[in-house]
Design a protein around this ligand. Sequence first.
Ligand code: ASP
Ligand code: MG
Length: 408
Amino acid sequence: MTLIIQKYGGTSVGSTERIKHVARRIAKFQSRGHQVVVVVSAMSGETNRLIALAREFQADPSARELDVMVSTGEQVSVALLAMALTDLGLKAKSYTGAQVRILTDSAHTKARILKIDEGGIRTDLDAGYVVVVAGFQGADAHGNITTLGRGGSDTTAVALAAALGAEECQIYTDVDGIYTTDPRIVPEARKLASITFEEMLELASLGSKVLQIRSVEFAGKYKVRLRVLSSFDEEGEGTLITFEEGNMERAIISGIAFNRDEAKITVLGVPDRPGIAYQILGPIADANIDVDMIIQNIGYDGLTDFSFTVNRSEFGRAMGILENQVQPHIGARGVVGGEKIAKVSVVGVGMRSHVGIASRMFRALAEEGINIQMISTSEIKISVVVDEKYMELAVRVLHKVFDLDQSS
Ligand code: ASP
Ligand code: MG
């Protein structure tokens, strides 16, 4: 008998009808001879409602109390689903995270799972129960209720799959899989039958709307077979996230990711000497500002330019630090920056075995007259920074050039 973990998100359990639908779906799985552990989120909108309610009492509520409160959203869902399953004649039991002993650290509102004591769940499964576990929560060593960060039910599901050695962890959501890019920008975007963990992590800007990226890291680490699929569609196979690059018939490039969340900064006329990168980025790191792309030119006449990107929300702060602390200190000529940029990336494990991907990308952009402002690469990704107004065009062109369009 194989064990499957199924996770249903907020919209999948958003109403009485939806919960009953999920219960029927689980019943079908069990009748095919699977053992099923189900993880559910709070009903859609509920977590936001609870957070807003807390803020009516305190502008910045205590993280411990917030966890006690928001964890109730999931507690309602598990009980309702267990009732719906029982109503269908199944044996079902609901549990909170603490009850199934999901042990976390004490970082309230963003706790990490340390250990799961899976013995109790196994006993229930062997007795024929469907075990319904509240997502997004656990308890620390002192028994305090903790939560795992927004979207954390995905991580609960993957952690349970790892602890129980499940055959597969299925994440049911309101989309039917991971697409080659955002279909709102490219209507020809295709659903991927499979994608590797590495690609999924690099495509985070596409995938993070579908599942918590931390859960993908977790699944990669513990080799959990992860599948994303729609709870609204009875037949679809969704997208399998796998660690095998194997023999699958696949394009060289799996997807085109993009984001508008960054801003670029250039420190001009920097003296080209040891320690300069540290003198520029040290104060930025000390201010807890994340840096993404970094580019330093070859020095000329003892001077060089140093560029990098930061999250757009940190742009003003980063500029202030550079202008007030860094520039006078290192004797740079100036600091310039801009927020109207976008990052577009092509991602695919096929890059490891194929040459010429970068030049194909750059030619396609050149043919559209799109200027590339910055470039960075990893083993399976090439990213460029372009003017924000060309972002959608760049995504469309690259989607076509790398044969990702549906028709091809
Ligand atoms: N209910 C939580 C949230 O809205 C956790 C989850 O849905 O995964 O973030
Ligand atoms: Mg979610």
